[in-house]
Write a protein that binds this ligand. Structure first.
Ligand code: GUN
Length: 289
């Protein structure tokens, strides 16, 4: 069994971004990411702080807007509009979840598609779904693909199962695997017999937020398992969605929690911010011609 070491890979992705950013800074371009957080959700504050820290490491300027839980939708839209038109800003990220009085879809659609470093805007989702992948792609599934490729895992022709159908992970994950030639099943909360799918799978990506959802008796020998779950137990321990101790005995490759996919998400956000900055630079140069 080989561990899919996301911690090590995320460090090398951030180091690559850092060296590319340094080249841009020498040309007078400072990649800039605006991060907006609305409300008091504790994990969101932790994630946003971690994103700002990664920006600092890579030399990316981060503008963090921490807004009160009573911020109105119009106020949030006004801030996004300002950032969309601010030529010094390359990327915009609105941390989810948003308070219930704000319509998530309206907010995501308001972000300029070129600055949508989360890859959540329907335009970028559409590019992914049509197989072009020329837009910005969601960070967590992009990190999973990067991790699989780093271990020379070719998914073409594999029977893949994605557990979880969220817009952040499950759906784009399934689409990326499909685009790479895997046969993909998407299982979710209404799936009647999860084992039916997982037992025949060559590759399983679990993103359900459910401790011990995937157990050894549900997988075949040699399976590749990627655990996207991050769950904190009552004793403070972080665990994924996979019963790691038992499943790792049957798996050929498995990602641990922590140390697996988690760190990849922020690393890919840094890579997306660099990508958006380079595209922004190109369009600026084109318009100056
Ligand atoms: N909340 C949980 N994951 C994410 C993410 O990748 N991006 C944003 N914006 N919010 C999240």
């Amino acid at each position: 069994m080989t561990l899919l070491d996301g911690k090590k890979l995320s460090q090398s992705v951030k180091d690559e971004v850092k060296s590319e950013v340094a080249k841009l800074v020498q040309k007078g371009i400072v990649p800039t990411l605006a991060v907006i957080l609305v409300g008091d959700d504790v994990p969101s504050h932790t994630y946003v702080n971690a994103k700002a820290k990664a920006c600092e490491y890579c030399g990316i300027k981060s503008l963090v807007y921490k807004l009160g839980a009573d911020t109105t939708q119009s106020e949030l839209l006004a801030l996004i509009n300002t950032l969309n038109f601010d030529d010094s800003v390359d990327g915009i990220l609105v941390q989810l979840p948003l308070p219930a009085h704000i319509n998530k879809a309206t907010i995501i659609e308001a972000i300029s598609t070129h600055k949508d470093v989360d890859g959540f805007h329907p335009f970028n989702v559409g590019l992914l779904n049509t197989g072009f992948e020329s837009g910005l792609l969601p960070c967590t599934p992009l990190g999973v693909i990067k991790l699989l490729k780093a271990y020379d895992i070719n998914v073409e022709g594999l029977d893949a199962v994605v557990i979880g159908a969220s817009n952040i992970v499950g759906r784009p994950m399934a689409t990326m695997l499909l685009n790479l030639g895997a046969s993909v099943s998407v299982c979710h909360i209404k799936t009647r017999d999860l084992s039916l799918y997982t037992k025949r799978a060559d590759l399983i990506v679990v993103a359900a937020g459910c401790v011990n959802l995937l157990k050894a008796d549900m997988v075949k020998e040699g399976v590749i398992v990627v655990d996207v779950g991050i769950n904190r137990l009552a004793n403070g321990k972080l665990v994924g969605d996979v019963d790691f101790d038992s499943v790792s005995k049957k798996a050929s490759f498995i990602s641990p929690v922590p140390g697996g996919v988690g760190a990849m998400t922020i690393a890919m956000l840094m890579a997306n911010t660099l990508k958006a900055t380079l595209a922004h630079k190109k369009s600026r140069e084109k318009s100056q011609k």
